[in-house]
Design a protein around this ligand. Sequence first.
Ligand code: ATP
Ligand code: MG
Length: 438
Amino acid sequence: MYLSKLFIPTTKDVPAEAKIKSHQLMLRTGMIKQSSAGIYSWLPMGFKIMKKIEQIVREEQNLVGAQEMLMPTIQSSEIWKESGRYEDYGEEMLRIKDRQGREMLYGPTNEELVTDIFRSSIKSYKSLPQILYHIQWKFRDEIRPRFGVMRCREFYMKDAYSFDLNDDEAKKSYNKMFYSYIRTFNRLGLKAIPMAAETGPIGGDLSHEFIILADTGESQIYADKRIFEINLDNYDYSDNSLKKMRNDFSLMYAATDEKFNSNEFEKKVKKENQIKTKGIEVGHIFYFGDKYSKPLNGLIDTQDGKKVAVKMGSYGIGVSRLVGATIEANFNNNVMKWPKSISPFDVVIIPSISKNNNENIQKAEKIYKDLKKQNIDALLDDVDENMSNKFKKHDLIGIPYQIILGSKSVNDKIEFKELNYKSELLSLEDIKSKLKNK
Ligand code: ATP
Ligand code: MG
């Protein structure tokens, strides 16, 4: 892609309502445009990044055996009346009437709908366990939408639902999702801490929020930093291994405000290992047993001929929130650097352009074609402006690698730079192999 052709409406000015760096950066680099309070259009570059995040989430869900499907955004109020949540959900639910006067709603979450699908299709313990998920827009009429894509009214979420015969089996599904979440956030270049969260009436240790460290987060967190030393390569997908993994995580102190106990924290965690900071919730997993299957009659036949309500859990990841959260975690000293796994382009080629010399741009085009052949997704900055402005711009766009065709590149040695590091002179072949291996 040539930068001059890319729809990327960058701006110098930041609107006053953008209070945190991710919101400011996303507006400045033309990733999103607000259409009304808490509702955004995703412009090409922002959309491309979100799609890459979505794909990583999808791959990791599939690896634990979750099956992708798609439920609609608009739901009937009937099932919500059956579960009792139609009244309880309150003002956050956007309620709509269709032309027949039927009460509909824009889904804020999908426990009811997925239970309805389950109860009409699965009757026997033989078909369990099942984990279904979809990646779909949600609407919650948040009282104070803010921080750009971090707290929107319309947002993109992966939500999965597990169905099991009993609590012990359900725990296995829960552990799979837990593992899948840690792997997902690692691949996104994020350090996420699983925090035991309020479990409601069921109790136990089967609710976790996944929180990444960032000064601008909404939750206050306390943790033992050795939690980051837990190496996922030590586990596999077997139930026993995942049980051990859960246990290893649970030995490390990690709590949000609500569960924080100062004495316990000081006793369990040495001073040099204490993390006390703010964090952003990027995922939440929850086991709730038969909370929805009971009122909705999601029954299965057991081996001994009884009928029991299926045991369910739900598992959310804020896909659109993750775009902002990644920026909060990676934008430092006015430089944004996307993790390679979700960067909008693999590399940007930046030729110095002048009126009476088009040698650099020709060279750039040649390199561009060459990279394309190797499936390396390059951006060519063919915009006619001086190099210092170009560098400032690319510090914000955040493509992690640059090929710079200016005074330093001579003959077959080309200036190659990774953001936040010194540049080096390399042959094109070396650059290609670097980009492929990274
Ligand atoms: P929060 O406490 O931040 O309101 P929640 O507990 O309501 O989150 P869930 O219902 O568990 O969130 O939703 C799963 C995930 O969806 C959250 O972990 C978060 O990443 C994302 N999410 C929730 N609400 C919003 C929102 N208003 N805007 C963007 N993402 C959201
Ligand atoms: Mg909420």
